[in-house]
Write a protein that binds this ligand. Structure first.
Ligand code: BG6
Length: 562
């Protein structure tokens, strides 16, 4: 029986595992193989058709993330028919050529043989393309005419989503032109309704990361955006927040009674947030040379993960309440004194080594990277939070390219019990503190390490893990992060998006580090071997407080090297 002949109730959008898979890495969006699947949202997500205008249609993001995501949403029946993709770009393309380009992205991602032509047709049916420079008012006038035409002829009702998938250097000019051409429709809100609903068709703008290069540029970008759009129209994307396991963090904390009482300085010793990648910079040399690990990963993604771990319970699970709490905890992060930057922050760059079993080049030998580059490919930062809950508890954030494993996880290390009754029983290895590990990827799930008695006459202890891995019940996650954010934007749910003030606070936190590193354009930038766990200086950063980094191996609860 072919997948398409499956009875509808079995086509639930993701496969349910009946056993532990050997390979615990969950696929995402694999549902495209199954043809028309039912929505795992269970029909609760029902966005209205809109015109989806993409700036940067020939870029990597559209090709690798947006088009596969839109296709998979169509497969789930979530993308409403009538939604029309409108490309705006500098290249000369006809509508048909644009359509072929979009189709190619989908084929490259899912493979031509697994693609469902009819579905592809459905989302690509009538894409429109508008050629124009990003600063050309005439181009925006042509865009406006196309959008009016779509509203008049289709079911889009004036709902418009502008997706800035361009290099960040183009964000401001596009926003300004959207304003000047009247396309931004700031103020189209019904202020008399309780939620300030948009009137007569909504207009929303999605801004990709990086949001500025530092506090000053982020403020300037916010200023330009605020002149043109109402904050209720602005969706600053951080795809990490849309990852399934990251969203689960709030559920774990606030839907269970047992965690919140111990989620504070009395019981928590320290917190580690790790995003390790085995990949190098690939073909993104020019971007990465400008960014480096601190701007690329710590400021947007890891600081956002930090806020979810450290924030107070929101009064409601809605965008304002959640974002207010996140802002509060960001504001409570102690400014890093300039003279302590070298003790609280570490940077390094990889040299050649072996990653994922293959010999790999040094960063300086990567494509389009300066041979004397001082850009950091590894960064570790210590944060302290000056509030009642976290005073004195260090949060260590680290990220790096070409590390030993691809793993993103949050580890909450608890303190030892106040009285060590079983100290002798743990002789040799020492009593192990409890650790709650939230594994964001791969092997998504969580695990709590606890001390337990070894069966036998003597009282001897062992450390065991109580764990839950998504792979126990699923072979694949229903949606990729990009699918989730696209649906959220279409439905006007801002909970997962970064508010302007949060973006600025994140830059405020890393500001002293950026200043200090820029002031020492680093002849002495430390190095680490590709395929390892980063520089020794990072070990020293955490060892100075009497701690050590975990060495996360693929099994959730195991902290061994291999
Ligand atoms: C991006 C960074 O935001 O996140 C990349 O620019 C990084 O450098 C990527 O590789 C990691 O995302 P993920 O979802 O693969 O963990």
């Amino acid at each position: 029986m072919s997948p398409k002949d499956d009875p509808p109730e079995e086509r639930v959008g993701y496969e349910v595992a009946d056993r532990f898979g050997d390979d615990q890495e969950l696929r995402i969006g694999g549902v495209a193989r199954l043809g028309a699947a039912l929505s795992p949202f269970g029909g609760e997500r029902d966005p209205h058709p809109c015109s989806l205008v993409i700036f940067g249609v020939t870029g990597d993001l559209t090709h690798r993330k947006l088009m596969p995501a839109l296709y998979d949403l169509a497969c789930h029946g979530v993308l409403p028919s009538g939604t029309t993709i409108v490309g705006y770009g500098r290249q000369e393309l006809t509508d048909d050529e644009f359509r072929t380009l979009l189709q190619q992205s989908i084929e490259d991602h899912y493979g031509a043989d697994t693609m469902d032509g009819a579905l592809c047709e459905r989302i690509l049916l009538t894409p429109r393309y508008v050629q124009g420079q990003f600063d050309d008012p005439d181009g925006y006038a042509r865009l406006a005419a196309v959008l009016d035409e779509l509203d008049a002829g289709g079911g889009t009702r004036g709902d418009r989503l502008f997706y800035l998938a361009t290099p960040p250097s183009q964000f401001e000019v596009i926003v300004e032109q959207l304003g000047a051409s009247g396309l931004a429709r700031k103020g189209a809100f019904d202020e008399s309704s309780a939620r300030g609903e948009p009137v007569a068709g909504w207009t929303r703008v999605v801004v990709e990361k990086p949001f500025g290069r530092d506090l000053e540029t982020a403020r300037e970008l916010n200023r330009v955006i605020a002149e043109v759009f109402d904050e209720r129209q602005v969706y600053r994307i951080d795809h990490y927040l849309a990852k399934e396991t990251v969203q689960n963090l709030l559920v774990l904390r606030f839907a269970n009674g047992i965690f919140e009482p111990v989620w504070n300085r009395r019981y928590v010793d320290f917190v580690e947030i790790t995003a390790a990648e085995t990949l190098g910079v690939e073909h993104r040399g020019p971007y990465y040379e400008e960014a480096g690990a601190l701007r690329d990963m710590i400021t947007p993604h890891l600081i956002q993960l930090f806020t979810l771990v450290a924030m107070e319970p929101p009064v409601a699970f809605d965008a304002d309440a959640v974002r207010d709490e996140k802002l509060k905890v960001l504001r409570a992060v102690r400014p890093i004194p300039h003279h302590l930057v070298s003790r609280w922050a570490v940077r390094a760059q990889y040299v050649q080594g072996v990653a994922d079993g293959e010999a790999v080049l040094a960063y300086r030998s990567e494509e389009r990277v300066a041979p004397d580059s001082h850009t950091e490919t590894y960064a570790a930062v210590k944060l302290l939070v000056d509030n009642w809950r976290w005073q004195g508890v260090p949060f260590y954030l680290r990220t790096g390219k070409r590390l030993a494993r691809r793993v993103t996880e949050i580890a909450i290390h608890f303190k030892l019990p106040p009285v060590l009754l079983f100290r002798d029983a743990a002789a040799g290895r020492g009593l192990q503190p409890n650790v709650l590990v939230l594994r964001v990827q791969p092997d998504e799930g969580f695990s709590l390490n606890i001390e337990s008695k070894l069966p036998g006459h003597d009282v001897a202890l062992q450390s065991v893990a109580m764990d839950y891995s998504y792979g126990m019940t699923l072979h694949e996650l229903p949606f990729s992060a990009y699918e989730t954010v696209l649906v959220d934007v279409m439905e006007g749910d801002m909970t997962l998006f970064t508010r302007g003030d949060q973006a600025e606070e994140a830059w405020r936190i890393v500001g002293p580090i950026l200043d200090e590193w820029a002031g020492k354009p680093g002849r002495e930038i430390p190095i680490y071997e590709a395929g390892g766990w980063g520089p020794e200086t990072a070990d020293a950063l955490i060892a100075g407080d009497g701690h050590a980094w975990r060495r996360p191996w693929k099994d959730l609860g195991n902290d061994g090297d291999d």
